[in-house]
Design a protein around this ligand. Sequence first.
Ligand code: SF4
Length: 413
Amino acid sequence: MATISQKILSRAARLSHTAEPGEIVEARVDYAMSHDGTSVLAIKAFREMGSESVWDPQRIVVPFDHIVPANNETAATLQKEVRGFVKEQGITNFFDCGYGVCHQVFCEEGFALPGSLVIGADSHSCTYGAFGAFGTGVGATDMAEIYSRGRLWLKVPETLNIEIEGKLRPLVTAKDVALMVIGDLGADGATYRAIEYTGPAVEDMSMSGRMTLCNLGVEMGAKAAIVPPDQKTREYLQGCAREQYQHVVSDPDSGECQRVYDVSDLGPMVAYPFRVDNVKPVSELEGTEIDQVFVGTCTNGRLEDLEMVAKILKGQTVKARTLIIPASRQVLLQALSRGLIDILVSAGAMVAPPGCGPCLGAHMGVLGEGEACVSTSNRNFPGRMGRGGRVYLASPATAAASALKGYISSACI
Ligand code: SF4
């Protein structure tokens, strides 16, 4: 009996047996990712290690997203240094300012493949589990080791099976499901475990919804969050997969423990400041005044998110300052061709170029002291979007409804 994670890590470590949870393996990485922020540190560590050339320039992916376009001379100079490294090392998969948020670009470009081991120098690399990959985040020094040798030691995690039963009501989304699970299990509820999401509600989710679900896995401390690949995965990857892949699934009854949730009656959820596991139904926070609404990020800046927001805002005018940042150029172009940007701008929203934007409190749309924001992002820690700001995490539907009212509100009647 073996789980997806055991099978992927055993294959990546070239083992002749199936690795057991708790076993340490030295795994070969299929693709590695570092963005403008973490590449700087990884390059420094790579040089300090005395390394001269990367293990495989075609398996390193470098998207610029955290501070794009650069907001000051320091950021611009650091980005210039990373471009220099990319050129020096012949790294082929470089995505400069404008392509979009690293995790979105990584998936759109077909690097997150079923059965693969993909490591990112960013904690939300668990997003790649939406494709049946083992995706996890590491720090810059680990990334320097991967740059150098393409390998990393990992402890094989236990698997936490989370079954999501039932059918979601209209305007209740994968974000609400993820927040509900985090609220129940807590911020340390899946520490160093691989979550495997199954059940009819997960099967019903689009690939975009599954990416949202897996993206938030790390907010429970998970090493990885995985959805078993299926026909939807295959269809998404048609035409963009970087190489051949095989679907890897868990054996029946594998995994260490099981949680079952029925989401048939679930309503919209909000995580209020300053913890992601401070989760309540929107109805309990209805009326909380806000200054800003932010729709975007690797959690909820995809086309279906923008479609939902446009549907709610169409023909109306926002009361709260509203910022919309498509997760990628591809999303922006699709939103433009479908008339969504027209609707959003006409409703009074600002639309900014693809990137992380204010999610990390560094750039565009940062909060002022004491300001409150409903955000579709994934973290609401103190100072996350600006010192003294208060971040309420919610779905795009809740964000849109709140933008119209000027206070936290639900789109569900
Ligand atoms: Fe990190 Fe936010 Fe960028 Fe996602 S959008 S990679 S959470 S900074």
